[in-house]
Design a protein around this ligand. Structure first.
Ligand code: ADE
Length: 414
C-alpha cells in the first residue's frame, strides 16, 4: 500500500542516486548475492522509507530475504521510493501523511507477514510485536534497533523482564553513532531548517537543547554556518563538554529570551514549554530533531496561542497571547526527515551496513542469543570502518610486531 505506484520510475532514480554514494552496502550486497546468507528469511522492517532505506532493502533481498516495510514515522516516507520498492516486490505499507491509526495499522500489517527478524527505528514495531495477540512473537528470533530513542525504550523493556527477543543495538555501534548521529543529524537538521525557512544562519543565535551525539552535531554545524550557539543540558558531563567545545551553556529559561532558532535533540518530553515560549522573541523559530514529536510541547503552544496559520509547507505561525509570533517547523516532528530527506547517503551507508551485517549475525548466532540488548559485535563495527576507508581510498598504518607486543605488555621500556 503506497501513495501512488506511478511514482515508481522517479523513485528508482532516487535509489540509484543514493546507491552511488553507499559503496559499503554495495560490497555487502555483492557478497550477499553470491552467498545468500538470508535465503528465505522473512524480515519485517519499520524504518524511515527513504532512498537510503531502499538501498538497505535491496541488499537484504540480494541476500535472499523477503522484506515487508512500514514507515517509522507518519510523515517521513518518500512516496516515490515507496512506490519503486513496491514495484520491485517488497511488501510496502507506507505513505507520507498517515494518521496515527493508519501508522499502527501498517505496523500490524508488516507483522502479519510472520517475520523471523524485525528491523526497527524507534521501537514501535518491537513494542507492538510484544503487545499484539496474533502470536507472531514466537516466530521472531531477533531484531535490530536503529536509533537512540528505540534502544532506550527496549532497555526499559529488558529491565522489567518484558523483552522476549534478542535485539542488536545498531545505534550503539561506533560506526553508527559517531557518524550518523553527529554528522548525519547535524547536516540534515540544518538542511530541514533551511528548506522550511530559507533563513540566514550567520549571525543568528541558535539554541540547541541536548548535547548528546545529535546535539553535538547540530551545534557544530550551526557554528560552522556562522551562528552563535547556545547549548542547554541537564547532564553535567555533557554540559561541561559543550563548554569546553566553546559553546555557551545556560538554562532554557535564559536561552529562551535570546534565541532566534531553537532545535531540540534530547529524546525527552516538554523540553520547550509554555514558560519558555512566553519569553521568546517575536519571530523565533522552533523545531525538533529528536525521534518523537514530544520535545516541543504542542499542547502548550496551542494553549498560549490566539491564532495559527500555515505560511508554507512545514512552517506554521502561532500568534501568542502576548502578540508575538512564533514559528514551528514540521509540526514538531523530526525536521530532517519531514522537511528534508534525512541523513545523507554517505553516513547511512555505515549505519545500514551495520544493519545488514547484524541481520546476518542474528541468523548465524540465533540459537546462542538470549532476550537481551546486544551491542553490534566489535568485528562487525571494525569491518564497516575498514570497508568505508577502503571505498573512500584512505589507507592507514598497521601495528608493527614490536608495537603490538608493547601494547600487550606492562613494561614501559624506560
Ligand atoms: N534516519 C535518518 N536519516 C535517514 C535516512 N536518510 N534514511 C533512513 N533513516 C534515516
Amino acid at each position: 500500500m503506497v501513495r501512488d505506484i506511478n511514482l515508481a520510475d522517479k523513485g528508482v532514480l532516487q535509489i540509484e542516486w543514493a546507491s552511488r554514494r553507499m559503496p559499503v552496502l554495495a560490497r555487502i550486497r555483492e557478497e550477499f548475492s553470491r552467498r545468500k546468507p538470508l535465503k528465505g528469511l522473512r524480515i519485517s522492517a519499520c524504518l524511515h522509507v527513504t532512498k537510503e532505506t531502499a538501498v538497505l532493502v535491496r541488499t537484504l533481498m540480494a541476500g535472499g530475504a523477503e522484506v515487508s516495510l512500514a514507515s517509522s514515522n507518519p510523515m517521513s516516507c518518500q512516496d516515490d521510493v515507496a512506490a519503486a520498492l513496491a514495484a520491485e516486490g517488497v511488501n510496502v505499507y507506507a505513505w507520507r501523511g498517515q494518521t496515527k491509526e493508519e501508522y499502527y495499522k501498517c505496523i500490524e500489517t508488516v507483522l502479519s507477514h510472520k517475520p523471523r527478524v524485525v528491523l526497527d527505528d524507534g521501537a514501535d514495531l518491537i513494542v507492538t510485536l510484544h503487545q499484539e495477540t496474533g502470536g507472531f512473537l514466537t516466530d521472531v528470533f531477533g531484531g535490530c534497533e536503529e536509533t537512540t530513542t528505540g534502544v532506550l525504550r527496549l532497555k526499559a523493556m529488558e529491565k522489567t523482564g518484558s523483552l522476549k527477543i534478542p535485539v542488536i543495538a545498531v545505534n550503539n555501534a561506533q560506526t553508527k553513532w559517531d557518524f550518523d548521529n553527529v554528522y548525519g543529524t547535524g547536516q540534515s537538521t540544518l538542511d530541514g531548517v533551511l528548506r522550511a525557512t530559507n533563513m540566514l544562519l550567520a549571525g543568528r543565535t541558535v539554541v540547541v537543547a541536548g548535547y548528546g551525539h545529535c546535539g553535538r552535531g547540530i551545534a557544530n554545524r550551526a557554528k560552522g554556518m556562522g551562528s552563535q550557539v547556545i547549548v542547554t543540558e541537564v547532564d553535567p558531563i555533557r554540559a561541561l563538554r559543550a563548554v569546553m567545545d566553546g559553546f555557551k551553556v545556560m538554562p532554557m529559561v535564559e536561552a529562551a529570551k535570546i534565541g532566534d532558532l531553537f532545535i531540540t535533540a534530547t529524546g525527552n518530553v516538554d523540553v520547550v514549554r509554555a514558560e519558555h515560549m512566553i519569553l521568546m522573541k517575536d519571530g523565533a523559530v522552533m523545531c525538533n530533531a529528536g525521534h518523537f514529536n514530544v520535545e516541543i510541547s504542542l499542547e502548550d503552544l496551542e494553549k498560549l496561542s490566539i491564532s495559527k496559520r500555515r505560511i508554507r509547507d512545514n512552517l506554521d505561525e502561532y500568534t501568542l497571547v502576548n502578540g508575538r509570533r512564533l514559528y514551528l517547523l514540521a509540526e514538531g516532528r523530526l525536521v530532517n526527515l519531514v522537511a528534508a530527506e534525512g541523513h545523507p547517503s554517505e553516513v547511512m551507508d555505515m549505519s545500514f551496513a551495520n544493519q545488514a551485517l547484524s541481520v546476518r549475525y542474528l541468523v548465524e548466532k540465533a540459537s546462542m542469543l538470549e532476550p537481551h540488548i546486544y551491542d553490534v559485535p566489535l568485528e562487525v563495527d571494525r569491518r564497516v570502518a575498514e570497508l568505508k576507508l577502503e571505498t573512500i581510498d584512505v589507507q592507514i598504518d598497521n601495528l608493527t610486531e614490536k608495537q603490538r607486543k608493547y601494547l600487550e605488555s606492562y613494561e614501559t621500556g624506560t
